[in-house]
Design a protein around this ligand. Structure first.
Ligand SMILES: [Zn+2]
Length: 622
């Protein structure tokens, strides 16, 4: 049973944001929003990113995550945030520790500090909230006061590359998105201080040379191989070749070279950080123009897809497995650390966004949608005491729980990705606008003498209907591109009620080009094929139920695993009327779920609440 059609009523009043001044396709949008600075040219991409301020999200899980993250960051104690920096510099340390990994003696002291500045800067670009700017300003000024030339902070610090990488993106984002006046100066001083503590090149995990002046045996879990992306961005945004040189110094050749040749260099590697590193392959391609890096990124994306769960998550125990080994299926028995969700989704989104912009291939959008609805959108909310969602659990006896320690790495990436949903939902080109993610929202843009918006109304992913309303201050010709997911057979659309007679091929962007005028409406239907997806070839009977973009997870009673389930009963699962976000498989009228079970309740990850669940079921014929 489907939920009712969405209410397609158009807003009466347009909400033109104060910064909605960019044309829809301003090349190099990041530079366009920055104060005057030299502008090294990255390669142009087929699609461009929109600006954060151009997209409004309607109330719903995505906007709720954005607001929750913003509120937590705004309410963090300034003294607590600065305490590890002050302590290591032997300065007075008023206030309390934040606790957990963040603390002075924590596993990764102060590591998310730069990510939180980054997230707040992106959030400021959306909201122009004075309190958000004030927080960014206090964090940067407080941190700058701890910088002294000896760089005591880094002495005996386990993750110099990691924290410098995050500080780099935080300070460049503060410059670009919040126009903070000293952020780039602070970045320059931070770089001076960090450099003596960085290895000469990207260091693989567990490699530990002892070099003059610094014992790198302490850094066996550092992630210096992720650094080029943010250094290339710092170069793009400042024009200072120092950052380009640093980026080139840390390019992870021994990872990218085999990937560029089509050799799978993933198995055995730490999963999140090596997907994060692929953002460096994409930016190396954009900054240096060498196709080798693009091949590395696209090939790696294919290899990741080959070892992903039905949710789009990957990396049981935080590591890539050997494809064809059956390890993914075996992980379902006992590996509760199935997918490092906020960090993994953040890295996955960045990689897919780069590749979508470069290639315009909607398969990257399909992948973002899969990861969005089935993993990170269902992360438990970040809380002010540091409670953070870390692992999605895909075992047969799974629960959706917080991580044991406070303020882990994933508390740094969740606010960043929550800010980035906007720039992941829409893209633009010289021909028009691309709708990549289907969620209730509005895209606004200006052209010379004219203002436009595209308002998306939908109950997707619970309903297959999507309604898009155009507002236009003057008629104009442009294209609206709609992503037709690879699973969407029989998709159809109408414009102003007129059926589009074209066959909408799954796995493409459908282009609608016309003279658009105020009040035009597009209605798109993406029929939700229901299908079963095996965890891997070695476990062909262990399957997840998928409908449209959603994995439906089966609820369990207590601690028991579920009995084998009939294939036909699963495929006939219906969305209930009483609770629209729940499906029922089997009933008294349609038995076949195995011994002792008359009906199976299934929910998407976002809607699990506290219920014990399983992502995969053993499926039997019939
Ligand atoms: Zn993490």
């Amino acid at each position: 049973m489907k939920t009712p059609r969405p209410n397609c009523s158009r807003r009466d009043v347009l909400r033109w944001g104060a910064t909605a001044t960019a044309a829809i396709c301003t090349r190099r949008i990041a530079l366009a929003t920055a104060p005057a600075a030299p502008s090294p040219a990255f390669r142009p991409t087929l699609l461009d990113q929109v600006q954060y301020a151009q997209v409004d999200l309607d109330p719903g899980p995505a906007q709720q995550q954005f607001v929750q993250c913003q509120q937590v960051l705004l309410n963090l104690s300034d003294d607590g945030l600065l305490r590890p920096f002050r302590f290591r510099e032997e300065m007075p340390t008023p206030g309390d520790e934040l606790g957990g990994w963040y603390s002075t003696d924590g596993f990764a002291a102060a590591c998310p500090f730069g990510q939180w500045i980054s997230a707040l800067a992106r959030m400021y670009a959306v909201t122009h909230d004075p309190a958000t700017y004030a927080k960014i300003d206090r964090m940067i000024r407080g941190y700058a006061a701890t910088l002294e030339p000896r760089g005591k902070f880094y002495q005996n610090y386990a993750f110099p590359g990691y924290i410098y990488d995050k500080l780099s993106i935080g300070l460049t984002d503060a410059h670009v998105f919040a126009h903070h006046p000293t952020a780039l100066d602070v970045l320059a001083r931070s770089t001076d201080i960090a450099l003596p503590y960085l290895p000469p090149k990207a260091m693989p995990h567990q490699e530990s040379p002892i070099l003059a002046g610094e014992n790198f045996t302490r850094h066996v879990w550092d992630e210096t191989y992720t650094m080029p992306e943010n250094q290339f961005l710092a170069w793009q945004r400042t024009g200072n070749p120092r950052y380009r040189n640093l980026a080139q110094r840390f390019i992870f050749h021994e990872y990218f070279d085999p990937l560029s040749r089509g050799e799978n260099a993933l198995p055995g590697r730490h999963a999140y950080s090596h997907v994060n590193a692929l953002g460096s392959a994409a930016t190396a391609y954009l900054a240096l123009g060498d196709e080798k890096y693009l091949r590395a990124a696209t090939n790696a994306f294919d290899f990741i897809q080959q070892q992903s769960y039905a949710t789009g998550g990957w990396g049981p125990r935080e590591h890539f497995i050997e494809p064809g080994s059956g390890a993914l299926g075996e992980s379902l028995n006992s590996v509760h650390a199935s997918f490092e969700t906020p960090c993994g989704a953040y890295a996955h989104f960045k990689l897919a966004r780069y590749l979508l912009r470069i290639t315009a291939n909607p398969r990257y959008g399909d992948s973002m949608e899969q990861v969005f609805f089935n993993t990170v959108l269902g992360a438990r909310p970040l809380e002010l005491d540091g409670s953070s969602f870390y692992y999605s659990d895909y075992t047969f006896k799974a629960k959706r729980t917080y991580f044991g320690a406070k303020w882990p790495c994933c508390s740094g990436t969740l606010p960043q990705i929550a800010a980035d949903y906007r720039i992941s939902a829409y893209f633009c080109s010289q021909r028009g606008v691309y709708v990549n993610l289907y969620l209730p929202s509005t895209l606004r843009w200006n052209a010379p003498g004219a203002q436009f918006s595209l308002r998306q109304t939908t109950a997707y992913p619970y309903d297959s209907q999507i309604c898009l309303d155009v507002t236009a201050s003057t008629p104009a010709e442009f294209s609206v591109f709609l992503r037709i997911p690879a699973w969407a057979r029989g998709a159809s659309l109408t414009t102003n009620g007129m059926r589009d007679s074209r066959h909408l091929e799954a796995g493409t962007f459908a282009e609608i080009r016309r003279q658009w005028k105020n009040g035009d409406r597009i209605e798109l239907d993406l029929p939700f094929a229901t299908r079963l997806q095996a965890v891997d070839a070695q476990h062909p009977d262990v399957m997840a139920l998928v409908t449209g973009p959603l994995v439906l997870m089966a609820l369990r009673d207590g601690d028991a695993a579920l009995e084998p389930v009939s294939r036909n009963a699963l495929l006939a699962a219906d969305q209930t009327t009483a609770q629209a976000h729940e499906w029922i498989a089997g009933s008294e009228n349609r038995p076949g779920l195995g011994s002792g079970a008359n009906a199976l309740r299934l929910r998407p990850f976002v809607d699990l609440g506290d219920a014990p669940y399983t992502t995969y079921l053993t499926v039997v014929t019939g």
